[in-house]
Design a protein around this ligand. Structure first.
Ligand code: ZN
Length: 83
């Protein structure tokens, strides 16, 4: 009988311990949601860390995505080649 009670205590301990491990892992796995911004040209949402920001004198920031910057660069090259 004492063995059975001891077994129950051990089983409950591991269930409790395992549950806490699971909860703690979930808490550390969830990364804070990354802030996004809208590209000033194509109006698509992107993570701010992947965009180029330019401050305007009016006091706000314009963000530009990589695709738009590449298109601008290509247009700029084309313009200078033709003139
Ligand atoms: Zn864009």
């Amino acid at each position: 009988m004492v063995g059975l009670i001891l077994l129950f205590v051990i089983v409950f301990f591991f269930l409790f311990y395992g549950y806490h491990l699971l909860v703690n892992r979930k808490a550390t796995d969830s990364t804070p949601e990354e802030q996004t911004a809208q590209c000033h040209l194509c109006k698509k949402e992107f993570p701010i860390s992947k965009m180029v920001a330019r401050d305007k004198e009016a006091g706000f920031v314009n963000y530009f995505c990589g695709d738009c910057i590449e298109k601008l660069y290509a247009d700029h090259i084309l313009l200078n080649r033709n003139n």
